[in-house]
Ligand binder design. Structure first.
Ligand code: NCD
Ligand code: ZN
Ligand code: ZN
Length: 348
């Protein structure tokens, strides 16, 4: 019988994949994350992208300056890999002490990826430097070839890009970000200890039917796009299975309402307003709340070779109603579950 505790106290979690944006957007979303998470891997897909230590250091300062008084939060910065990122940039990043990884976006794969990599072969010396300096490579794992079915792009990426890269750089540590398929789960499980994966709350809770419930649902559109139910089940098994290769990464990706509700809507789902509550619902759905702490608070820190947090976060089994929209500068964000309930609430 699944247990039904009325509250859950866990080591404070970290978010290993987060979009904080910049300026008024950053100011609007930061406290949602800092309320729950001690640290987050901050994605570098700004415009222009965060491609060197100076830009990452300045962005880190803007994040810390936007933090409401009394809140503690450590942004773990990343560099945006381009075809001109040099081995010296990698050495500088490692020496900075505040850059924890390098992010690979296939050019054109997702939001603000135009400056990304067209041909990984041009990055060989840089990838070798990452292996030498033990700076993990975080991958948006989708091919961009428009002739490949959008639901197959992650699988094809694993076969044609990831496997050869791992073979060529046996020391490189890689996080396959926001995995969405059974293929990705199985690939990560079979790979060596240096390969891990993040899993979002939305991919644990939604399948591709949710894109079309009663009409087209732009607020359920993200990349990699939601997949079939069998894939959601595989992700849930992976997240709740206790394997240290899988850890929490919300991929919370705020876009203004008008940019989502558009003839060509942006990819990204906002979950930071209630990330831990959403993950708790997913874990509870299979009676595995007992596995949430390891997934959210232990596995990621261990992979990144950072100390685990020491304070606690408490979740209560008490429903909360999510607002229809949240302020976002001059516009609004429509958060996941807008106008509906989530079964858990963060204790204050
Ligand atoms: C992300 C964003 O909006 O920055 N969007 C998304 O759908 N996941 C980019 C990304 O992580 O691919
Ligand atoms: Zn991505
Ligand atoms: Zn992302």
């Amino acid at each position: 019988m699944p247990t039904q505790p009325d509250h859950l106290s866990i080591t404070r979690p970290d978010d290993w994949h987060l979009h904080l944006r910049d300026g008024v957007a950053l100011a609007a979303v930061l406290s949602d994350t800092a309320r729950q998470f001690s640290r987050a891997i901050v994605m570098p897909n700004l415009v222009p992208p965060v491609t060197n230590v100076a830009l990452a250091g300045a962005y880190r300062e803007r994040i810390l300056a936007a933090l409401p008084k009394g809140m503690h939060f450590e942004p773990l910065m990343t560099l945006y890999l381009t075809e001109t990122t040099s081995p010296a940039d990698i050495a500088d990043a490692k020496a900075s002490g505040f850059i924890h990884a390098v992010k690979y976006y296939p050019a054109g794969a997702t939001t603000h990826s135009d400056a990304g990599v067209r041909d990984l072969a041009r990055c060989k010396a840089t990838l070798a430097a990452m292996a030498t300096h033990d700076l993990p490579l975080l991958m948006h794992g989708e091919v961009t070839d428009p002739s490949i079915d959008i639901f197959d792009r992650e699988h094809t990426f694993i076969e044609t890009r990831l496997k050869p890269t791992l073979q060529e750089f046996p020391e490189l540590r890689v996080v396959l970000e926001h995995i969405t398929t059974r293929h990705a789960v199985e690939f990560v499980e079979r790979s060596s200890e240096r390969i891990a994966a993040t899993i979002t709350a939305h991919h644990l809770l939604l399948n591709r039917n949710h894109l079309f419930t009663g009409g087209i649902r732009p607020h359920h559109y993200c990349l990699p796009v939601l997949k079939r139910e069998i894939h959601r089940q595989a992700l849930l098994d992976a997240a709740t299975g206790g394997n240290p290769k899988f850890f929490l990464g919300t991929d919370s990706a705020p876009h203004a309402r008008h940019a989502k509700e558009s003839a060509c809507g942006c990819a990204g789902i906002y979950t930071a307003h209630a990330a831990m509550e959403l993950y708790a619902e997913a874990f509870d759905s299979v009676g595995r709340l007992d596995r949430l702490e390891a997934f959210a608070s232990h596995h990621g820190a261990d992979f990144y070779r950072l100390p685990r947090n020491t304070d606690q976060l408490v979740l209560q089994r008490r429903a909360q109603r999510v607002p229809q929209e949240l302020p976002f500068g001059d516009d609004h964000i429509v958060p996941l579950r807008a106008g509906e309930d989530i079964a858990f609430t963060l204790a204050s």
